[in-house]
Structures are given as C-alpha cells and as structure tokens.
Design a protein around this ligand. Sequence first.
Ligand code: T1G
Ligand code: NAD
Length: 704
Amino acid sequence: MPPDNAPVTHTLRGKILLVTVDNPPVNALGVDVRRGLAAAIDAADANDAVAAVLIVGAGRNFIAGADIREFGKPPQPPALPDVCNRIEASSKPVIAAIHGAALGGGLEVALAAHYRIAVAGAKLGLPEVQLGLLPGAGGTQRTPRLIGAQAALSLMLSGRHVGAQEALSLGLVDRVGASDDVLAEGLAYAQELLASRAPVRRTRDAQRVADRAAAEAAIAAARADTAKKSRGLFSPQKIVDCVEAALNQPFDDGLRFERQQFLECLASPQRAGLVHAFFAEREAQKAPETKAAPPRDVRAVGVVGGGTMGAGIAVAVLDAGLPVTMIERDDEALARGRANVEKVYDGLIAKGRLTADAKAKTLARFSGSTSYDALAGADLVIEAVFEDLAVKQAVFGELDRVCQPGAVLATNTSYLDIDAIAAGTARVQDVIGLHFFSPANIMKLLEVVVPARVSADVVATAFDLAKKLRKVPVRAGVCDGFIGNRLLAVYRTAADHMIEDGASPYQIDKVVRDFGFPMGPYQVIDLAGGDIGWATRKRRAATRDPNARYVQIADRLCERGWFGQKTGRGFYLYPQGARTGTPDPEVEAIIAAERTRAGITPRTFSDDEILRRYLAAMINEGANVVHERIALRPLDVDVTLLYGYGFPRYRGGPMHYADTVGLANVLADIRAFAKEDPLFWRPSPLLVELVERGATFASLNQSA
Ligand code: T1G
Ligand code: NAD
C-alpha cells in the first residue's frame, strides 16, 4: 500500500478501489504519479475483493496533463502511453470521475479508462498543440475512435477546453453528475455499473472513426486548414497525420506512429519556445509587491476620457463584472465616449455573440458624468486623456480633490513620466501606471508601471485587477516607453536605418512576417496611424541627440497626410478602404529622394541580414531594460513582446530566442553593425557581461 503522502493513493470502498491523484497544484502526471497509477491498477487486478476502479483527482482538478516541467529532461519510466495502456488493459472496469481540469495527458488517462463521468465546472481538452506538442499518450488514437475524426481534430488542433455538457454530447464522457460532488457522483456511477454488470470497455475498440468517408473528409479539411492557418507551427500537421494513422492502421501501430511524431515535436525548438511562454506568463504575474502586500478592494472603477483607450478600458472593466463611471470634458464628448463603448457591444450583437438583453444588463453598470465629483465612491480610477503632461496633471489634481482616501489613481500614459504626474497630488503612494494596449478590451497585455513612491499594496491591487480583467500583467519601471514601446522605438529605428541604406519597407515587412510576426513594422505603423509616432517624434525633437542618426522618411509621408489605413495610404496604398495594403511606388520614390538628400548610396540587404539587425536591436534594448531594472527579468520582456507586439509565441520572445541563437552570436552581430554606427549599436552592458560569463538570459529568470 503506498504511503499516505504519496501522490497517488488507493483505498477500498466496498468493491471499488478508489484511486486518488493528489499532486498539487494541478495533479500533473509527474513520474511518481505515473508510477502510482500503474501500481494502483496492478493492485486492483491482483485483489479479488476489487470489482471496479474509480480514479479521481484531489483538490481543484482531475489531472492537468503531463508535468510540463519534465519536458526536455531525461525521460523516467514508465512513459505515460504505457500507463494509459495499463489502465485500459485492466481486467476490472475503470471509471474516471472528472472535476476541474482534465487536460492533455489527464484526458488521455480518462480516455484509457473504460467509463467517464464529469461534474459541472469540468474542463476537458487536448491543448498540447499550444505547447508545440501533440497528445502523446494515445490521445490521437483513442479520441477519434471515441468521438469521430472531425470532432477529435477540432479538439486537438484548437486546444480548446470543453465543459461537461459538451463533453457528453461529443461522447467524451458517458455521464454528467447531478451534483458537483465528484467523489459521490463517481462512486454512485461505479456502483451502478457494477450492478448492471457493465463489462470492461476499451476505447481502442471504439468504432467512431470507422466512418471512412466522414473521417477522410475531416482529415482532408484539417490538412488544408492547418496548411493555411498554422503559420509556421510544427505540430498541427503531425496531429492530422496521427489521426490519419488512426483511420488506416491498427491501434498499436497507430500508437507507435504517434510516439514517433510526439518525440519529434518534443525535440523541436518550438516546444521549448511555447513551454517558455507558458511558464513566463505565469511568472510575470508574480511581482515582488504582490508577495509583500495584499491588494486593496476594488468594487467600483472610474475611467477619465472616453476616447480610443478610455472606451476600450471601460469595456474591459464592464466585462469583468464591475461598475464603471466615465468622466469626459463635456456632454458631447461624454456622449461620444458612451457611443464608443456601445459600439463594441453592438458589434458583438451583430456577430451573434451577444444578446441585446445581455448588452443592456452590462450597460446598466455604466454611468457617465462631466463632473469629477461622480468619482467620490470609486476604489480605482484609470485616466486615459490626451497624452499631454499638463492635461494629465490637471486631471490628477481633480482626482486628488474628489477621490476617497485609499482610492488607487492610475494613468494609461504611453510615454509620460508617471512620477511627474504623481507629484501633482498629495497621495503619490496611490498613483500607478496601467498601460493598456489598443484595443484595450481585446489586447491581453497590461504594463503595470511602478513609479518611485508607490506603495506595494497599490502595485498588488494593479496585478489583482489585471487578473479580474483577464489581462497578462507585466511589471515595468518608469522610463520613456516603459518596456514595450521603448523596445519598439529601437527596433523600428533599426528598420528605418535599413530603408535609408537601401532596403525596401516591403522587403522588411515580409522578412518580419516570415519570421512569424502577424505584421511587419510598416504595416503596424499604417494600422495604428503614422500621426501618433509623428507626434512623439516632434515631442522628442527638442531632446533628441544631435549626433544620433535621424531618418526622415516617415516624416515625409506624414507631411503629406499619409497616416496609413485611416487616410487610405501610408507606407502602403489602401484603395477603397482595403485592410491589406499594396506597395506604393510613390513611397519608394520618396525614399530614393531621401537617400539622395542624406547623401546615401543605397545597397542591397539580404533577408537574413535584415532579420539579424531587426532582432539584434530588439534583444539589445531588451537587455538594457533588464540591466536598468525597468524589467526585473528577461521573461518580463518576452511576455511583453509576446502579448503586446506580436512576437511569434513559438519562438518564446526575443530574450528566449536570443538564448537559442547564442548570445555571443548576437553580440558579434551588434559589434559588427557598430562599425558603421557606434552610437546606435552600443552593446548592452548586460549582454557583454553574460557573454563573458558564458551565461544566458534564462539564468536571470528566477522568481523576482
Ligand atoms: N505541468 C506542470 N505545472 C503545471 C501544469 C502542468 N501540466 N499545469 C499548470 N501548472 C502549474 C502552473 O505553472 C502554476 O504554477 C500552477 O500549476 C497553477 O497553474 C502526453 C504531453 C490547469 C487550467 O497544457 O492550462 O499532457 O505558477 O496558474 O489558472 O499528451 O494551468 O503556481 O508555480 O495556470 O487555475 C497538457 C496546462 C500538458 C494544461 C489551471 N496540459 N495548464 O489554470 O492555474 S502536455 C496543459 C493549464 C501533455 C500528453 C502531453 C492551467 C490549468 P505556479 P495556473 P489556473
Ligand atoms: P483620444 O484622443 O482618443 O481620447 C482622449 C479623450 O480624453 C478624449 O475623448 C477627450 O475628450 C478626453 N479628455 C481630454 N481631456 C480631458 C479632461 N481634462 N477630462 C476628461 N476627459 C478629457 O486618446 P487615446 O488614444 O484614447 O489616448 C488616451 C491616452 O492613452 C493617452 O495618454 C495615450 O498616450 C494613451 N494610450 C494610447 C494608445 C493608443 O493606441 N491610442 C495605447 C496606449 C496608451
């Protein structure tokens, strides 16, 4: 009998052997859990007093999958496919009773069982594709047999979670419990099966994939779809290959084929990038202040400014179930602010994703005013007015006057000095930066910008709010552009230098897209509006280093009013409001004229050189923000670029990517580029130090 503190224990309940997986925090299938499960089935088979086996999870989940922390380490037997085969081969009926998460290997364990019951709140899924993997413990062979090829492919290629009722309708489970007491429901179901002399029923023998025509059509459709949509991802096609094997090969041959494909995915750098992203986004949510102080209670939120950001922020807060009070300058602007909020919900109704009734219920928590006194009861206020220091300081003066003691005062500024904004109040300890990204109700990233004199519980409150808004928070220090916009300014400048030196903006955009970004830098400018960057450049002109190279090409376009999609042309042409631009020969002519003005003889750039310069600029500035503790760890830079700037997730972020190409190589590139421009290409002291020590950025990712 295993010791009580073993991650898997079993005890006899009448004729049922109750097997409990208890491996906090999510019952991941680490080596001891795998051994415990196999041993439990052996014990059941060897004990005549046992007529059936019931597997449950302790805590909030059934089993959340393989232990992701074991990936990349030497494998320890038994492998999970063998454990699943052992469960399936049991001579006694095995029942899985599911609550919380049954994901990846956790669902595969349940599929290897002979019967499955789920209770309300359960979430079942095969999300391995999100980790660059595939269900490698029989999932690609058992799932199609149980629910058919089309449903299995949809589950495995999307990685989405399904609830108990949908799992029942799909055929993933046999029963949904009447109550959410998983143990009671599991035991009752096992009793019922025993009473009805239910036989051992092996999923490998299920026949849903036998409908060849349907299966072949589903496989062909999935193959075409992944070719179009997988954007460089490695494992989706392999999932389709495995389901095809399930259709065409005997179970054990299919299982061997699956194992081979799984091991190839495991060895792929994409798996390493996606697993890094998985843990990095969870680590980013742990700032020192969140451990030092509990968050303040936030039940009512104010938003000042109802423009692009204010409205999006209001929607994000409303969607989190909180009441919002919006403040605007005047009635007309307030009406515009409310209309901006309503527009989001009307859009959802038009797409059939929201009912008018639900919209009305949500907007019942929205109120607006032109008087700041309306914010007297707010626990937290987010300011999103014009990007002007004096305007913001005036707003914070008003907030200081009307807000209750202990209210958190946040600014959504993109670039301004938050210490200077706070200094205008008598409560600097309550002022913080909450930098949302447009559209604020969609973009997951939230830079929590920590000024010098803010109190720890205010920072903790910001992180807690991020969780409520389902955002991914990253702690950032105060500097021009914080983490994301600071890096953006540098790698965008590197791109501008290449254009003036001979590259085409269209070539650069293609190289960046081929690397995995959804858009290149010039498509992004056209989407966001060239006028925003132009205003920033003009604001910075007075303090710009006169020795620094300044490329004026974007200014030439803005002077013509070519701001991008919103004006029908920018770096690209957008005829009739097209969303995809076409290269513009007039832009190339302007670039040629600028080269002549700057006395530059253009040269050709290979795609490889463009990519190395673009990423070297990004990585080097990433190292600078870590060196200056604007970002506490390289993973904070990675999470920022992944969630706010389109960095391809399977590459893990710029700092993780730098480790994969080798910091010495990145530094060598920077030193080579510095020969032509030593002012722009100054190697980060941190990068130099790590290379000298033979260390990696990953070595700095310990808990903050
Ligand atoms: N392995 C190791 N640690 C895990 C883990 C896992 N599978 N899942 C979660 N954790 C840690 C996580 O890092 C965090 O740690 C804590 O648990 C709580 O997680 C062969 C190969 C289950 C829905 O992809 O989706 O099976 O930060 O903050 O919001 O086919 O975690 O506290 O130190 O996310 O309540 C497939 C991944 C694996 C599921 C819970 N499984 N996990 O969400 O908590 S591949 C998955 C989740 C596989 C087989 C293949 C979520 C959750 P810390 P959390 P949560
Ligand atoms: P916007 O021009 O769309 O909206 C600003 C709103 O503030 C206007 O509706 C205006 O009426 C209102 N306003 C101005 N002064 C006010 C006052 N004293 N009291 C109440 N309301 C007032 O601007 P935006 O794009 O929403 O940007 C707002 C802030 O968010 C800026 O600081 C900007 O830098 C920042 N930001 C913008 C983006 C973006 O992509 N647009 C992204 C992140 C952060």
